[in-house]
Design a protein around this ligand. Structure first.
Ligand code: SME
Length: 157
């Protein structure tokens, strides 16, 4: 199993994802514990992509509960339909928010967070968890992030 992440600098966002995804695959392929795999994925995304915050919220009963993450401390529980995470869960769809201050429903865990992407881990047509990534730059997420982060989620769902 890989122990050290190989992080190349001066790459485009897409090239970074392409470098990191095989490393994620190597980390998760022989491990079936969801929490362990989520923990390593957060670390790879945080250090490899330089995100401000990367983490998972798991669906438990009728709310999202904080799971493995990297970055500043975050709120622990999010209700269905609340915040960017709860809205993505409700809609069962990836949600990109270019400016969190313009998203009325946003839950601010840190005032430094400026833009956000949330993807759903869906199994049997039910959301099991969400992957939440925050950036301290406005408009930092696009279809490239959505594509590669979805690919990452598919390795553990
Ligand atoms: N901003 C999220 C809450 C989680 S933190 O960003 C880590 C939301 O609105 O759902």
């Amino acid at each position: 199993m890989a122990e050290n992440l190989s992080i190349a600098t001066n790459l485009s966002k897409e090239e970074k994802y392409k470098t990191l995804i095989p490393q994620i695959k190597a980390l998760v392929h022989s491990e079936n514990d969801l929490i362990a795999n989520m923990a390593n994925i957060c670390s790879v995304l945080y250090f490899g992509m330089n995100f401000f915050w990367s983490g998972f919220y798991l669906v438990k009963k009728n709310e999202l509960v904080l799971g493995p993450f990297q970055g500043p401390v975050a709120c622990t529980r999010i209700r269905y339909g609340k915040g960017v995470c709860g809205t993505a869960w409700k809609n069962k769809k990836t949600l990109i928010v270019p400016d969190v201050n313009k998203f009325s429903n946003h839950i601010a865990c840190s005032s430094e967070s400026k833009s956000e992407i949330v993807l759903c881990g869906i199994k049997n047509n039910t959301v099991q968890f969400v992957l939440d990534i925050d950036s301290n730059k406005l408009n930092d997420f696009d279809a490239i992030d959505a594509k590669y982060l979805k690919e990452i989620i598919e390795k553990i769902i």
